[in-house]
Design a protein around this ligand. Structure first.
Ligand SMILES: *Cc1c(COP(=O)(O)O)cnc(C)c1O
Length: 309
């Protein structure tokens, strides 16, 4: 008999990786080692959504993401593990096709509804109406059909991670100057910024955009961060042309990280974020920086990448 239950979100390890040519010290927070479905930021965020859903008395999870979505895979599995019905809305399948994330999600039996990038709001509305008609109390994790209104639950996940980082600095004696990570919807960065604000932290939190332009990206991070957030640092110079696109530098970073540390990065998120961070530090840094990169997971995308080589 295997008991069902929410996995424990425990502080993830921070490891020292080494120095960049200018002298910056690089540490990595291993959120990829969180103990559910290959970990990652979606494990933290997904657990927060599930708790929020239960608190609100809802009984049907509705998730949304691209065909390579780590969030959809994580939500499908979290719900399956607790016997909660789950439906995932999938966009952009014409471009990406089959991915390991989608395959894993499909294997839970979660229903998948496909839509185009411009048809997300309509798909969400239709699905929610349909489920209500069937007598369910559905929970769309982003809030309304436009994806707004449920910022608080998402924010809490990386506020908690910021607190772990603060404690790690106290215990290790390392004073970080910068925290970097791959930034997409703004849920992760918004939570980190809110956590820093609450604790009065001094680190620069820099999101490397994986797709969005500055205007859209910054307004989303600000929305997730909530009241009182200061300046948002969202770097858009390292996008390589858009979501899922990558270059030789990113490929080199992925190879090196595997060969030197045995750590998998992927070209869509963590490889793009790490490569962008290294370029940012070469351009703007003076060498004295002490830097934390958050490994936000996404292991199945590494295998998609290998398969495509
Ligand atoms: C979703 C995701 C991100 C981006 O996180 P946001 O909270 O959407 O900004 C980064 N890395 C991985 C592996 C992800 O799956």
């Amino acid at each position: 008999m295997i008991e069902k239950g929410l996995f424990p979100v425990k502080p993830t390890p921070v490891q020292y990786l080494g120095k960049l040519p200018k002298g910056q010290e690089i540490f990595m927070k291993r959120d990829d080692l969180l103990g559910f479905s290959f970990g990652g930021n979606k494990a933290r965020i997904g657990a927060a959504f599930l708790q929020d859903m239960e608190k609100k008395g809802k009984d049907f999870m509705v998730s949304y993401g691209s065909c390579g979505s780590n969030l959809n895979r994580t939500m499908a599995l979290l719900c399956k593990s607790r016997n909660i019905p789950c439906l995932i809305i999938v966009s952009g399948q014409e471009a990406g096709g089959q991915t390991f994330n989608r395959q894993i999600a499909a294997d839970t039996g979660a229903r998948q509804v496909l839509c185009g990038k411009d048809g997300v709001a309509a798909a969400v509305e239709q699905v929610m109406e349909e489920l209500k008609g069937q007598g369910y109390k559905p929970y769309y994790l982003y809030g309304d059909a436009r994806g707004m209104g449920n910022e608080e639950a998402a924010r809490s996940a990386y506020m908690g991670a910021y607190e772990e980082i603060r404690r790690w600095q106290q215990e290790s004696g390392v004073r970080l100057t910068h925290i970097f990570h791959a930034s997409g919807t703004g849920m992760t960065q918004g939570g980190l910024v809110a956590g820093k604000e609450l604790a009065g932290g001094q680190e620069e939190i820099i999101g490397i955009s994986v797709a969005r332009d500055a205007e859209r990206g910054i307004s989303a991070v600000r929305r997730y961060a909530g009241e009182g957030a200061g300046a948002i640092r969202f770097e858009t110079d390292y996008r390589c042309g858009g979501y899922g696109l990558y270059d030789r530098d990113i490929q080199e970073v992925i190879r090196e990280m595997m060969n030197c540390h045995g750590i998998a990065l992927d070209p869509t998120y963590t490889g793009k974020g790490y490569s962008g961070m290294v370029k940012w530090l070469a351009r703007y840094g003076d060498g004295s920086e002490r830097v934390l990169f958050i490994h936000t997971g996404g292991l199945p995308l590494y295998f998609d990448y290998l398969r495509g080589l």
